[in-house]
Design a protein around this ligand. Sequence first.
Ligand SMILES: [Zn+2]
Length: 133
Amino acid sequence: MAIPRFWREIASRYNLIGTKCGSCGKVDFPPRAVCPDCGRKSIGKMQRVKLTGKGTVVTYTVIHDAPAQFELQKPYVMAIIEMEEGVRLTSQVIDTKPEDVKIGMKVQAAFRKLGQEGEAGVIHYGYKFRPAG
Ligand SMILES: [Zn+2]
């Protein structure tokens, strides 16, 4: 039986594995089979790359009205983070107070035990981000 796509995606997200286009060098995360810029030219040229986990906060939102599985830790911060490789992703920022999060802040991926906030939601994102340094 084939491994369902869903579980393969979890593995790549947990390990911060993306793809790099062998044609234009663009990095995508989560991994893609085909480069969105190069299309057919990139087929067979997509390489797996592990992201450094280092990034910068592009923008963020403080969530006060959290879904049930986040009840214990609200308010919390969801940020769009631009990784060193140029890809952007959305993740929770942890280990800091919401009022201390700033646009342009350097962050580092932190791998947290899955399931801490419940069965749903967080398992899709095995990483969170904390302030770097
Ligand atoms: Zn490309």
